[in-house]
Design a binder for this molecule. Structure first.
Ligand code: HGY
Ligand code: MN
Ligand code: MN
Length: 428
């Protein structure tokens, strides 16, 4: 390949991110949200850990001399726009909130690599033909449903959602945001008009086994699975564990166990090979060994890349809950915590990523994402693309989360060069 030719294609072609700086940012951020005596990171949205992560990110933005602001939903925005252009922007982003006992890369990689890209552009004095904005979105992980911040930017939130949103422990979004110095109602004022956006790009770890098993360093995401997240309750009758004959019981936990055993059958009958369902949290009350549980409340997270399959699974799960409730002479109810439809990434953005990966002589695989991402919400208002890097052993949402530094570096450089192309960096 004639490198001179490339030099003429776009300035910055020979540019790379500062890998040491990226790794040190990731390492510093991974210290925010640590709880002594516990493994992993605890940056649940709007918690103390999350606020520490936010403060760290803002400090790095300001230290780099980039302009920054926090919107009404707590999304943190950083800008690179040396010529103060008022043109549709290239937006990059991800999240720094985490699940409990999280690893150090889920979301954090996209935000820290985005920051590293903006700093590198500034250091090189490169002039994009469009503004570039980096956003760390609030509550991607779903303490209050999921992708709250990107839904605010996309204008997908409603006053009812803000009013009714509660976490699995019954804490309301309003309370949690108030404790973080924010007013939940302001989430409704954060929309960015689609005309103001050229495209959106996110770098993220795969969180699955595909790239790692195939030893391929880059994934180019073609589509992202949709998710339904319910909080379900079976409500039976508490009674004495010793004196109540088995055939007279209305045992909420037995109903839950029958439901959980039937999930696989429902997926086989009504799902696709991409369908998944998980019961991740269970709470029994009154919760003593010698009392038949009155209430079994549990989370149900189910996903598929096809919206029709997702709605078929919704129907089947409801039918199954009601059959089991009837047969056990108990009641059931459920709240929909979140419902995010599947999304496709934009072919043009995909081809810019693909061109970038080929230029950098990297092996890659086009693939679907089983995890939910802010990208699929940003797809409601603009063209999107996602870059994956391998997760060792496919592990994520776990302290075992790991990606080799050379893969982090490769992914961040693909992000940088895709930004250079999409923002039309020109000669001085
Ligand atoms: O649950 C997910 O897919 C994402 O990690 N929030
Ligand atoms: Mn994530
Ligand atoms: Mn996650």
């Amino acid at each position: 390949m004639n490198l001179e030719l490339h030099r003429s294609i776009y300035p910055g072609f020979f540019m790379n991110i500062n890998t040491e700086r990226l790794l040190s940012y990731l390492n510093e951020l991974s210290q925010k949200g640590k709880i002594s005596g516990l493994q992993g990171i605890y940056r649940l949205a709007f918690s103390e850990g999350d606020l520490a992560g936010r403060a760290f990110f803002k400090e790095k933005i300001n230290a780099a001399g980039l302009s920054e602001f926090t919107d009404g939903c707590g999304n943190i925005h950083a800008f690179y726009n040396p010529d103060k252009l008022d043109l549709p922007e290239v937006i990059i982003g991800s999240h720094i909130d985490s699940v409990p006992a999280a690893g150090h890369l889920d979301g954090s990689l996209g935000v820290m690599a985005g920051l590293e890209c903006l700093i590198s552009l500034k250091e090189q004095g490169l002039k994009p033909e469009r503004p570039i904005r980096l956003i760390a979105f609030s509550d991607e992980e779903g303490r209050f449903g999921g992708t709250l911040g990107s839904m605010a930017i996309a204008g997908d939130l409603t006053p009812e959602m803000i009013e009714s949103s509660k976490d699995l422990n019954g804490i309301s979004l309003k309370q949690a945001m108030q404790a973080a110095g924010l007013n939940a109602k302001d989430c409704l004022q954060c929309r960015i008009h689609p005309d103001k956006i050229h495209c959106f790009l996110e770098l993220h770890i795969e969180q699955g086994p595909v790239l790692d098993q195939l030893k391929i360093p880059i994934g180019i995401v073609e589509g992202i699975a949709g998710i339904m997240k319910w909080n379900v309750r079976f409500i039976g009758v508490s009674n004495h564990a010793g004196t109540t004959p088995m055939n007279l019981r209305q045992d909420a936990f037995l109903a839950l166990s029958e439901f959980s055993l039937n999930i696989k059958k429902i997926l086989d009958q009504s799902g696709s090979e991409r369908s998944v369902a998980t019961i991740g949290k269970v709470q029994l009350s009154p919760g003593t060994a010698n009392t038949i549980p009155e209430t079994a409340s549990f989370s149900l997270d189910f996903r598929d890349t096809d919206p029709e399959i997702l709605s078929a699974l919704q129907k089947e799960f409801r039918k199954e809950l009601s059959r089991i409730a009837r047969e056990n002479r108990i009641m059931f109810e459920f709240d929909v915590l979140s419902s995010i439809e599947p999304a496709k990434c934009d072919p043009d953005v995909i081809s810019v990523i693909e061109e970038t990966v080929k230029e950098r002589n990297l092996n890659y695989k086009k693939m679907m994402s089983g995890a939910v991402h802010d990208t699929q919400v940003m797809a409601h208002i603009t063209r999107t693309g996602m870059i994956f890097v391998p997760s060792c052993g496919g592990r994520s949402h776990s302290t075992a989360e790991w990606t080799h530094p050379e893969d982090l570096e490769a992914g961040a450089n693909v992000l940088l060069h895709a930004i250079l192309k999409l923002s039309g960096v020109k000669h001085d």
